[in-house]
Design a binder for this molecule. Structure first.
Ligand code: NAD
Length: 493
């Protein structure tokens, strides 16, 4: 009998189905994208590698302070000479064109993203890249309708926007930043994260294809110093940052009192609350999607599972069964569920925090996975019986690690969910709409999902409270972050 089961298991094994990289025509090295052209950088260039194999993909230029200055000047010239003089309808045409080109080159972009970031191809292909196109389509539609953005008649752009993004959704975060900025009539200098610059550089090629006027979007690659030089530049009117709370705090300090407008999208430690009347099968899928999607490298990940005490055992058992079926490995394989951790540094952070979780007394369980020899990997992990005061219940791990806590009453669930310095997102699972609404009303989180998790739509605002940052991206609210309202138009910047 045992033999039969073993045979059945191997019969059900998936054969490898790797996506081909032949669609990519990568250059050996990439320069900075300034004033519509690729130019040399004057900082120390660096390699971008595949986190799944540790093999080099390309050499990337680094922008020093002088290069940042050149990029900001190009954005200022483009703002004054072209972009601010163009009608909203014409700006919209460029955005529609970019959206269509993203769709045309979708497969190539998905492969590049998975190669550089380590995320499974099924996620970059079915989530990231379609959302990138959706974001450009959505804001293209707004470009000639700014009078209806709720900011009074004829709202004006802020000017030159400095945008700094993280590595977890490289192209999607770029779209969240660039699409509303351009629709609102701003020009842009964007800095992608140093471990994932590739898709932004392919996007620069798309801008050339779309004939976007030179200087409207500039892309400067480099590490934290490049980002710091960019956000502090005196000719920048608006700073938009997505990344860690620590760096967000540094940026807020650096630009305080300068008159620059700022939005900060920072970390999170979301509660995913499961009540005993929830549809358990769906909830288990939602918990998995909430924390193991994109290897848990998601600011709004449901990293704290709050499960009602009487169903705790059942939910944790089913979760373990489900996690045992996930396939970890080659991000370019279409069957892969869990890809590579983006960098060695991030892997170290996940390991350190997990070790702390164990030392503090939580019960650690790891999904049975074969870990590839090269690259950066971390098997899906659950910590059960986690105390509210435990480090892994409070700190963002930003990896495939779930902390499980229990509650008895809705009031206790709300108190535990809100017991965090963050306030980005939350999930509620229940059969009762009235319970969902009553609980949602009391949760201090910018985004709350009900009987689902990690769903994104360009029409819906996204952002946090407390240490998760301030400002909203997406929807009409996302436009407001790039416009002067009628009331402030007379004021300086
Ligand atoms: P990070 O803060 O280390 O880096 C983010 C970006 O900032 C990178 O491009 C980096 O080069 C740049 N940077 C670093 N130091 C800088 C400085 N002093 N001045 C200006 N720029 C600087 O974050 P990360 O590790 O890349 O990303 C993970 C973090 O991002 C997590 O905390 C996650 O929660 C957060 N995040 C938030 C959202 C959101 O929408 N709230 C979305 C995605 C990621």
């Amino acid at each position: 009998m045992a033999k039969e089961i073993a045979n059945t298991t191997s019969f059900l094994e998936y054969a490898p189905a790797p996506e081909s990289t032949s669609i990519l025509h990568l250059k050996k090295s990439y320069g900075l994208f300034i004033d519509g052209e690729f130019v040399d950088g004057h900082g120390q260039s660096f390699s971008t590698i595949s986190p799944a194999t540790e093999k080099k993909i390309a050499e990337i230029a680094s922008a020093n302070t002088a290069d940042v200055d050149t990029a900001v000047s190009a954005a200022r010239r483009a703002l004054d000479k072209t972009w601010s003089k163009m009608s909203g309808a014409d700006r919209g045409k460029y955005l529609f064109r970019i959206a269509r080109l993203v769709q045309e080159r979708a497969r190539e972009l998905a492969v590049a993203e998975s190669l550089d970031n380590g995320k499974p191809i099924k996620e970059s292909r079915d989530v990231d890249v379609p959302l990138v196109a959706a974001w450009f389509f959505y804001y293209a539609g707004w470009a000639d309708k700014l009078d209806y953005a709720g900011l009074g008649a004829n709202p004006r752009s802020l000017g030159v926007a400095a945008q700094v993004i993280p590595w977890n959704f490289p192209l999607l975060m770029l779209a969240w930043k660039i699409a509303p900025a351009l629709a609102a009539g701003n020009t842009v200098v964007l800095k992608p994260a140093e471990t994932t610059p590739l898709s932004a550089l392919l996007f620069a090629e798309i801008l050339q294809q779309a004939d976007l006027p030179p200087g409207v979007v500039n892309i400067v690659t480099g590490a934290g110093e490049t980002g710091a030089a960019l956000v502090r530049h005196p000719d920048v009117d608006k700073v938009a940052f997505t990344g860690s709370t620590g760096v967000g705090r540094e940026i807020a300090k650096a630009i305080a009192g300068t008159g620059k407008k700022v939005t900060l999208e920072l970390g999170g430690k979301a509660a995913n609350i499961v009540f005993d009347d929830a549809p358990i099968d769906q909830a288990v899928e939602g918990i998995v999607n909430g924390i193991f999607f994109n290897q848990g490298h998601v600011c709004c990940a449901g990293s704290r599972l709050l499960v009602q005490e009487n169903i705790h055992e059942e939910v944790v058992d089913r979760l373990k069964q489900r996690l045992s079926t996930l396939r970890l490995g080659d991000p370019l394989d279409k069957n892969t569920d869990i890809g590579a951790i983006n960098s060695r540094e991030q892997l170290e952070r996940i390991r350190t925090l997990s070790d702390i979780g164990e030392a503090e007394g939580a019960d650690r369980w790891t999904a049975p996975c074969v870990i590839p020899e090269n690259g950066f990997w971390f098997a899906p992990t659950i910590f059960d019986n986690v105390e509210t005061s435990s480090t892994i219940a409070r700190e963002e791990i930003f990896g495939p690690v779930l902390s499980v806590l229990t509650f008895r009453t809705p009031a206790e669930a709300i108190a535990k969910a809100n017991n965090t310095p963050y306030g980005l997102s939350a999930g509620i699972w229940s059969d009762k709409g009235s319970k969902i609404l009553a609980v949602a009303d009391k949760l201090r989180a910018g985004v709350i999902w009900a009987n689902t998790f990690n769903r994104f739509d360009p029409a819906s605002p996204f952002g946090g409270y407390k240490e998760s940052g301030y400002g909203r991206e997406g929807g009409r609210h996302g436009l407001a972050a790039y416009l002067k309202s009628a009331a402030t138009q007379g004021a300086k910047k």
